[in-house]
Design a protein around this ligand. Structure first.
Ligand code: NAP
Length: 261
């Protein structure tokens, strides 16, 4: 999608993927100014390590302790994060009003941190963070309580996904884990206990409905994958890299074309 925007703007820049082993992240980051690369996006599992390696962290990267976007400004690396804004915008576009409502975020990594921030910004009055490792959910919850946020994250294990009383109040359930992608199936979740206006949002994006959203659609709930978030965070990153906005709709069209939509 970045290359589609460069082509549309007639810019001779290119966006390429590099596979980097965790042990090589620091060396890869040092290579950015040396190679004259204007910026990079980082994905699983590098976002949180990068936040420890990069000194100049901008607003959301500092709040989230995770970097998805590194910009090279005259040889100095800046760490930023466009995931939360990308998700927030997609949820707004989907008409998801969280004022006074409960949001459940599944996961406790970088994607989950962005999801919690997006839910706070959308006015959620209660946010439950459900994770396989409850201690990580507690650490993530503390990150936001320290910032004096209106809604504080409540850490739980994945058993929360079978808690019918809790689910009955949920306006939004976000999957911010790689479950389904790497495991072939999702955790047990009592879809039928959720209210009819509950939106199921999977950060994973794929050509077919994901393991998380398939049962939600079957239960008649609104459900979507993370393609919209991906486009939004990519457009924000494009602007940070190039100091110019991508032409409207070009990146979305390129991604949706690749996903066969
Ligand atoms: P991460 O920091 O590595 O966190 C992974 C999370 O998944 C952790 O909470 C982990 O639980 C959980 N998990 C992994 N395998 C599991 C399993 N077998 N059973 C239960 N829980 C499991 O990853 P991330 O950066 O947050 O990314 C999470 C997902 O979001 C990825 O699929 C990524 O592609 C997607 N994402 C999409 C976008 C987008 O633009 N659409 C943006 C960001 C991320 P533990 O803590 O117990 O290990």
């Amino acid at each position: 999608m970045h290359n589609a925007a460069y082509a549309a703007l007639g810019m001779s820049r290119t966006y390429a993927a590099f596979r980097v082993a965790p042990a090589n992240l620091a060396a890869a980051l040092r290579a950015i100014p040396a190679l004259g690369i204007i910026g990079v996006n980082l994905t699983v599992p590098h976002k949180q390590t990068a936040a420890r390696l990069i000194k100049d962290l901008r607003g959301e990267a500092r709040i989230l302790g995770a970097v998805n976007c590194v910009v090279n400004r005259r040889g100095v690396l800046r760490g930023d994060n466009t995931d939360a804004r990308g998700l927030e915008q997609d949820l707004r576009d989907l008409g998801c009003d969280l004022h006074g409502r409960l949001a459940i975020v599944i996961g406790a990594g970088g994607g989950a941190a962005s999801s919690v921030l997006a839910c706070i910004r959308l006015g959620a009055s209660r946010i439950v963070i459900a994770n396989r490792t409850p201690a990580r959910a507690a650490t993530l919850a503390r990150r936001f309580s320290a910032k004096g946020a209106r809604a504080q994250g409540e850490p739980r294990g994945l058993d929360a996904l079978m808690d019918s009383e809790l689910l009955a109040g949920a306006r939004l359930i976000v999957n911010a884990t790689s479950m389904g992608l790497t495991t072939g199936r999702f955790a047990r979740l009592d879809y039928s206990s959720t209210p009819s206006d509950c939106l199921f949002y999977d950060l994973i994006y794929a050509a077919q409905p994901t393991e998380f959203i398939k049962p939600a659609l079957a239960a008649g709930r609104q459900a979507t994958d993370g393609a919209g978030m991906l486009v939004n965070q990519g457009e924000l990153a494009f602007k940070l890299f190039n100091r110019i906005a991508p032409p409207a709709g070009v990146m979305r069209a390129a991604l949706f074309d690749a996903l066969g939509r």
